[in-house]
Design a protein around this ligand. Structure first.
Ligand SMILES: NC(=O)c1ccc[n+]([C@@H]2O[C@H](COP(=O)([O-])OP(=O)(O)OC[C@H]3O[C@@H](n4cnc5c(N)ncnc54)[C@H](OP(=O)(O)O)[C@@H]3O)[C@@H](O)[C@H]2O)c1
Length: 299
């Protein structure tokens, strides 16, 4: 029996969809805070159960019968370690012999980092669990790129914080393929797996690629965090969202990323989606706010 938490989220749904192509529906236990959102999977025979990582009493009954458990991380910073500890303990009590967890690149490289800290703490809990474990260290989602670029580009200029990190962009769909394949796969070595796309590219590097695709010159302007917040607010982003995006941008340009690795091909047996696919999506939806109309490159 294969169980997952967070089943109604985007990654959760994609993972179930992948599992359904490989195993019978009645071997999948989809746990979520919102079982009603998974009616279409329940209709196919998937076992849907309520579970809330903030309510430990819900977890053991939800995992009843599980052999391999995938814990999908939440974005509730400050609560994640407590949530994951509850899930790990309940999974073990329910009989899980292999625990999987969606982590972040190089989770153990900076224990004071706002994003890495709780993922590293969770990996330590997994290490101490006494059973096999796999941390799926999913790199930055390429799916987020069009939205990020739209927020950062203004009149053919990318406003960004200084830093030369190069994330190994991976699509959420490829992360789900890896999660499903790992969950039902053979014996993976215990430990972390750096799950990346096919190439590592910084935001500034992506801009050059985008310029070529658009036939428009996009230049890069490095600004301070405060200036970026001001610019984002001027683009009608609420203050909280602006600060949160700046934190993400700081991670993208200064974070510790691995890659590229061959994990997608090795575990899921497919080639990961190229970054250009998502740049083309952005290029296809270019709007007048981000670009100066008619400023195309001479051909
Ligand atoms: N690599 C990246 O670039 C990147 C980017 C964004 C997020 N992430 C991480 O990857 C995770 C999955 O991504 P996604 O795109 O599927 O996110 P999403 O669509 O926003 O889904 C959020 C997930 O969090 C779960 N969740 C929240 N609070 C919970 C609670 N109290 N108990 C149990 N589950 C809870 C939700 O489960 P239910 O609603 O079904 O209960 C859902 O699966 C995120 O939660 C985040 O930790 C990674």
């Amino acid at each position: 029996m294969y169980a997952l938490t967070g089943a109604s989220g985007q990654l959760g749904r994609l993972t179930i969809t992948n599992l359904l192509t490989k195993i019978p529906a009645n071997q999948i236990i989809a746990t979520t805070r919102s079982p009603e959102k998974l009616a279409e999977f329940a209709a196919q025979g998937v076992i849907v159960r309520p579970a809330d990582l903030n309510d430990p009493a819900t977890l053991e009954p939800a995992f009843d019968g599980v052999t391999r458990l995938l814990i999908i991380s939440t974005s509730e910073f400050g609560k994640q370690t407590v949530q994951n500890r509850a899930a790990i303990e309940a999974g073990l009590r329910a009989g899980a012999s292999h625990l999987f967890y969606t982590s972040v690149p190089q989770a153990d490289s900076d224990l004071s980092h706002w994003l890495l800290k709780e993922h590293a703490e969770t990996e330590n809990l997994l290490r101490d669990s006494g059973v096999a474990w796999t941390a799926l260290r999913n790199n930055a989602y390429t799916n987020l790129l069009p939205g990020i670029l739209k927020s950062l580009i203004d009149r053919n200029k990318l406003y960004v914080l200084g830093g030369d990190s190069r994330p190994g962009w991976i699509s959420r769909e490829d992360c789900a393929r890896v999660a499903a394949a790992a969950l039902i796969g053979g014996n993976h070595p215990t430990g972390p797996l750096e799950v990346t796309g096919p190439e590592a590219l910084g935001l500034a590097g992506l801009t050059g690629r985008l310029s070529d695709l658009l036939r428009e010159e996009i230049t890069v302007q490095v600004v301070s965090g405060e200036e970026l917040v001001t610019r984002l607010k001027a683009k009608n982003l609420p203050e909280v969202a602006a600060y949160s995006l700046v934190r993400i941008v700081d991670w993208l340009v200064n974070g510790n990323f691995s890659g590229p690795t061959d994990v997608v091909e090795r575990i899921a047996g497919v080639k990961p989606a190229p970054v250009d696919e998502f740049l083309k999506e952005f290029a296809g939806s270019k709007d007048t706010e981000a670009f100066v109309p008619g400023a195309g490159k001479a051909s």
